[in-house]
Structure formats: C-alpha cells, structure tokens
Write a protein that binds this ligand. Structure first.
Ligand SMILES: Nc1ncnc2c1ncn2[C@@H]1O[C@H](COP(=O)(O)OP(=O)(O)O)[C@@H](O)[C@H]1O
Ligand SMILES: O=P(O)(O)OC[C@H]1O[C@](O)(COP(=O)(O)O)[C@@H](O)[C@@H]1O
Ligand SMILES: [Mg+2]
Length: 328
C-alpha cells in the first residue's frame, strides 16, 4: 500500500457523477480556504476518469474567480467503470501519489462517495461533499444542487399549469430521480399537483385514473401529476392510457430531463456549497478524514463515509402525507 503523508501540503479536488448546480461554488470554497491555509490545490478533471489518467491542473485563487453563479462544473465530471475495479483504484492511487496529492475532496453523489470510501480504505485521506440533485444521500438534510433543481421544476410546472388551464388538460410531468422521489414529492407539494408518483411507493394505476377523473368532475381546469423518473408507472404510458379511457381531460406529457441539472445555483445552493467547501478543509486540517460534510439542522457536521454509503435515505412520511392531503 502506498503510504500518504500525515502532513497536508497538497490536496486534490474533483467533481464526479451527475453534475449539480452549486458544484462550482463548492470548488471555489475548497480552493480558496485551502490556499488561505497554505495548502496547494490540484484540480482533478473529469472525476475518477481524470484521476486514473492523471488529468491534473494547479488551481490558484484566480482560477476559481467568476464561477459562483455558473451551473455545471469547471472541472467537468464523468462516470468511470474502470475506477470501480480494484486495478482501476490502484492506478488512481498511483497517479495521486506521483502528483504529490496528500488528500482528496470529492464533490459528488452516492456513487462518487462510495468510490471515496474505497480510496480512504486504501490509505488516501478523503473528504466527501454531497452534490446531487436527487437528494438521495444518507446523513445530510440537503445535497448541493437540490434547491436549484427544485426551483427549475417549480418554474416549469407553473408555466405548464397556465397552458393546462387554458386547454383544460391533464399534464404528466416527469422529474429526475432514478431511485428517489424527493424532487417529485416536494414539487407535488409546492406546485399543488393532484398527485406525485414515486419509486418508493407502488401507486396502483386505478388510483391515478380516479384522481384525474375526480379532478375533472370537481370542475378543475387542469390536473398536474408529477411522476419521478424511477417510478414503476411511466408518464408517457399513463397519459396514453388515460387519454384512451376518456377521463375528461385531454392528456399531455412533459419530461423535464436534464434541464433540471443546469442553471445558475440559487442563493441557498451557493451558500450551502460554500459552507461545505470551507468545512471540508477544516475537517482535513483537524485530521478528520473519511467523512462527508453533512447539513444536520443548522450545522455542518462530519459523517463517516461508511455510514453514508451503507445506509439508505428514506423520504419523509410527513411530506408524502402532506402531498396527499393537499392534493384534494
Ligand atoms: N461501488 C463503487 N466503487 C468504486 N467506485 C464507485 C462505486 N460506485 C460508483 N463509483 C464511482 O463513482 C462514479 C460516479 O457514480 P454515480 O453513481 O454514477 O454518480 P453519483 O456520484 O452522482 O451518484 C462512478 O462512475 C464510479 O467511477
Ligand atoms: O446524466 P445521466 O447519465 O443521463 O444520468 C441521469 C441521472 O442522473 C441524475 O440526474 C443524478 O443522479 P446522480 O447524482 O446519482 O448522478 C438522476 O436523477 C438521473 O437519473
Ligand atoms: Mg447517485
């Protein structure tokens, strides 16, 4: 095993997995806090793919100027199958060692943090920062990017409602969330949707049909059903079936897709990302590694990566209930 130094001279920072608005403010905070503490920073491009192939570049204070308001990630991001293999991980560790990188800050989702834990287990000090629009990471109230994505969804659904009401239509709106209904449930509540269909619960088709028909009978001018990407019932299939059943409303589908991942980070995301970035360096300086920066209530606390990746975040029952009650 390559031994990493306990003294902290140089750190790496990277973004990995699906991009999320706010990753840039997180990079900026990591770089500038590290520099302020006399630590050199190397940017690792293209996530683990770049780590494996030594795509490293020096990051100065000016390199992170003007990026607070920019969506995406200046370090770019990627998914790497090779890094999942033990050989891939050894190759990445050799690259880090030969570049003199003593520790790595990884900004990414659950997959990226699992990769981070693997590095930590093999002697590389790692700090994780939760960045994913899905909000599917255990241990933190919020991930970087969630608030911006939700605001994008709200904006889109508000617009869809205008046209839905004008034409007396039912819209099936698909939100992102491979395995997690967080965005769909929250959007359901704050956009006044008739129903939110999520991967965590199996919604019988009959229930959807009744909700749409009932909304029509009650004289609603529109009907909005939010469907999470990973739900068993699919937005296109639902719309086609209900159109055929003639439940009153004409049906339409809007898949919001990757538009949810872009855009300038909201004030909330900028501040959260900045706090995470600053704390990541504070944790490193105090020798706490193998942890993720987590928002727990008002505080940013270190949660062991092993706890993060070995637990599943569950949706709040209270919010699911709230969405159902308010949809009446
Ligand atoms: N079990 C794992 N072991 C090692 N690396 C992993 C593991 N899971 C994911 N990764 C690495 O993290 C990358 C990003 O993970 P992914 O799940 O695609 O996105 P996210 O981090 O946004 O959840 C993967 O492409 C892979 O390189
Ligand atoms: O960008 P891709 O490869 O199309 O992936 C889409 C997936 O990425 C996400 O936007 C974010 O997921 P991760 O944070 O786990 O990468 C999911 O909601 C979506 O299913
Ligand atoms: Mg993920």
């Amino acid at each position: 095993m390559i031994m990493f130094k306990t003294s902290l001279r140089t750190i790496g920072v990277m973004t990995s997995g699906g991009d999320a608005p706010g990753m840039n403010p997180a990079i900026r905070a990591v770089v500038r806090t590290a520099l302020a503490n006399g630590i050199r920073v190397i940017g690792i491009e293209d996530g683990y793919e770049g780590m494996l192939n030594g795509r490293f570049r020096e990051m100065g204070a000016r390199d992170v100027g003007g990026i607070l308001q920019r969506g995406g990630t200046i370090l770019r991001t990627a998914r790497s199958m090779e890094f999942k293999t033990p050989e891939g991980q050894r190759k990445a560790i050799r690259q880090l060692s030969s570049a003199g990188i003593d520790a790595v800050v990884i900004i990414g989702g659950d997959g990226s943090l699992t990769g981070g834990m693997k590095l930590q287990e093999q002697g590389v000090p790692v700090i994780g920062i939760p960045g994913s629009i899905d909000n599917d990471i255990y241990g933190t109230d919020m991930c970087v990017g969630v608030d911006t994505a939700l605001n994008t969804i709200v904006d889109a659904i508000d617009k869809l409602r205008d046209t839905a009401s004008s034409h007396n239509r039912a819209f099936f709106v698909e939100t992102m969330g491979r395995n997690c209904g967080y965005l769909a449930v929250q959007a359901g509540i704050i956009c006044g949707a008739e129903m939110a269909i999520i991967p965590e619960y199996e919604t019988p088709f009959k229930e959807v049909a009744e909700a749409v028909e009932d909304a029509y009978k009650r004289g609603k001018s529109h009907c909005i059903i939010v469907v999470a990407e990973g739900a068993k019932l699919n937005a296109n299939e639902l719309a086609a079936k209900l159109q055929e059943m003639n439940v009153g409303f004409d049906t339409r589908v809007t898949v919001l897709g990757h538009v949810q991942r872009g855009g300038k980070p909201t004030a909330f995301d900028r501040f959260l990302a900045t706090r995470f970035g600053v704390k990541a360096i504070e944790f490193l300086l105090s020798g706490q590694t193998g942890v993720m920066t987590a928002l727990t209530g008002r505080d940013i606390t270190p949660i062991p990566l092993a706890t993060v990746v070995n637990n599943r975040r569950t949706l709040s029952e209270e919010y699911i209930k709230m969405a159902r009650i308010l949809a009446r």
